[in-house]
Design a protein around this ligand. Structure first.
Ligand code: BG6
Length: 364
C-alpha cells in the first residue's frame, strides 16, 4: 500500500526517519551511551582485518563503512563488489571478518562470495534487511536492518538503515579493540541518535528539490562529486539517477575530477556537489571552484554555513541541516534520492520498476 504517496519509492524515502530510528534502537543504548551489537566484545577483539563485499547500493553503504571502521577501530578494511571478489582469488588470513551487505539477502553474487569466504575460514557477518534470507541463515553474525519490506527496485530506506547498523558496528569493533574511550563512545551514540531528526529536517526540502528536478531532467549527463565518507554518496546519487531516470550519471571523488572528468565540463553538464561542513569542506569547495572556472553549472548540497560560504555562483543550492560529519552520509542520502525521484517523475519513467532491473538478482 502506497498510502498518500504516488510511488513506493517516495513512500520509502519518507519512511527513513522512522525506520532508521527503529534500526538504531536495536544497536544503541542511548541512556548508557553504549553501542550494543548482538556479540560479546571478546569475539570481536581478535579481528585483524575486515573484508566488505556487496553489490549496487549496498556496496556504497560498505564504502562508507570502510571510512568508519578504519577511523574508529584502526582495523584495515578491503572492499570489493561481490562479482569481482568471488573470482579474484582473495587472500584470506586468520582473524579476518568478512562482512556482506544486502537488502534482500539473496543477491546471487553476494551469496556466492559469502560461501567462498566461509570456505576460506573467515568469520562471516551479514547486514541484511530480510531476516529469513539465505545470507541471514548462513552467517555467523546476523545484523538485521529494520527497514521493513522495500518494494521500489531502487534501494532507499534499506541504504540508510545499513549505514545505521554499520556505524554501530564500527563503534562496537573500536570498543572491542580498546580504541574507543567511554567518552568517545557516548559521543558517537549521541550523534547517531540525532540522525532520525536530521533525516526529517532533510525531507523538508522536498518541494525545493522537486522544482530543481526540472533543471536536471533535460540533461544528458550529470556528475556527482564528494569527498571522504560522502564520496560513496556521490556514487550512490549517480546510481539512483541512472537507475530510475535513465540519465547518464557518474560519481567521482571530488579531488579526482582534475585527473580526467573535468574534460567533460561545460554548461550542459550539471555537477552535483555534496559538501557538508567538516574537515573536508574546504578541499571539496576548491574542487567545485575548478568546475565553475570552466563554465560548469553546480548544484551545491551543503548546510547553511557551507552555502553561506560557497553558495555564490551556483546554479542552485540545497540546504541540509547542519550535522556532525559522522551522520552526514545518512542525511545527504535524502537529497540525492529525492533528486533522482523527481527527475524520474518529470521524465515519466517507471519509478518503482525501472527497465532492465530487478529487486533481487538471483543469477551470478
Ligand atoms: C540490484 C538492485 O540489482 O541489486 C539494486 O537493482 C541493489 O538496487 C543491488 O542495490 C543489490 O541488492 P541487495 O539486495 O543485495 O542489496
Amino acid at each position: 500500500d502506497k498510502g498518500n504517496h504516488r510511488h513506493f519509492m517516495q513512500k520509502e524515502i519518507y519512511e527513513q526517519p522512522v525506520v532508521v530510528a527503529q534500526t538504531l534502537q536495536s544497536y544503541l543504548r542511548p541512556l548508557d551511551g553504549k553501542v550494543a551489537l548482538p556479540i560479546p566484545d571478546s569475539d570481536l577483539a581478535d579481528i585483524r582485518r575486515v573484508t566488505i563485499v556487496a553489490c549496487g547500493t549496498s556496496f556504497y553503504a560498505g564504502m562508507v563503512a570502510q571510512y568508519w571502521i578504519e577511523r574508529f577501530a584502526r582495523v584495515p578494511v578491503e572492499i570489493d563488489v561481490a562479482s569481482e571478489y568471488r573470482y579474484r582469488d582473495p587472500v584470506m588470513e586468520e582473524g579476518g571478518l568478512a562482512l556482506f551487505i544486502s537488502q534482500s539477502g539473496e543477491t546471487a553474487d553476494t551469496l556466492a562470495a559469502l560461501r567462498h569466504a566461509k570456505a576460506g575460514g573467515q568469520k562471516v557477518a551479514v547486514v541484511v534487511n530480510v531476516p529469513t534470507s539465505s545470507m541471514a541463515r548462513e552467517a555467523d553474525l546476523l545484523l538485521p536492518t529494520h527497514a521493513g519490506p522495500e518494494i521500489g527496485v531502487a534501494s532507499t530506506k534499506a541504504f540508510t538503515c545499513q549505514l545505521a547498523v554499520l556505524a554501530a558496528l564500527a563503534a562496537n569493533l573500536a570498543r572491542a579493540k580498546g580504541r574507543l574511550s567511554e567518552e568517545e563512545e557516548r559521543r558517537i551514540v549521541r550523534h547517531l541518535a540525532e540522525a532520525p531528526a536530521a533525516l526529517n529536517g532533510a525531507l523538508a526540502y522536498d518541494e525545493m528539490i522537486e522544482k530543481m528536478a526540472h533543471m536536471i531532467a533535460g540533461a544528458r549527463d550529470v556528475l556527482y562529486l564528494g569527498r571522504g565518507p560522502d564520496y560513496p554518496l556521490a556514487l550512490e546519487g549517480a546510481l539512483k539517477l541512472k537507475e530510475i531516470s535513465y540519465i547518464h550519471a557518474e560519481g567521482y571523488a571530488a579531488g579526482e575530477m582534475k585527473h580526467g572528468p573535468i574534460a567533460l565540463i561545460d554548461e550542459a553538464v550539471p555537477v552535483i556537489v555534496l559538501a557538508p561542513s567538516g574537515p573536508l569542506f574546504e578541499k571539496t569547495v576548491s574542487n567545485m571552484q575548478e568546475v565553475q572556472a570552466r563554465g560548469g553549472r553546480v548544484v551545491l548540497i551543503s548546510d547553511y554555513d557551507g552555502i553561506a560560504q560557497a553558495g555564490d555562483n551556483c546554479l542552485a543550492t540545497i540546504t541540509m541541516p547542519k550535522v556532525h560529519p559522522l551522520i552526514a552520509p545518512l542525511v545527504y542520502a535524502i537529497p540525492v534520492q529525492l533528486l533522482a525521484y523527481h527527475v524520474a517523475v518529470v521524465k515519466g519513467t517507471d519509478v518503482d520498476q525501472p527497465r532492465n532491473l530487478a529487486k533481487s538478482v538471483t543469477v551470478e
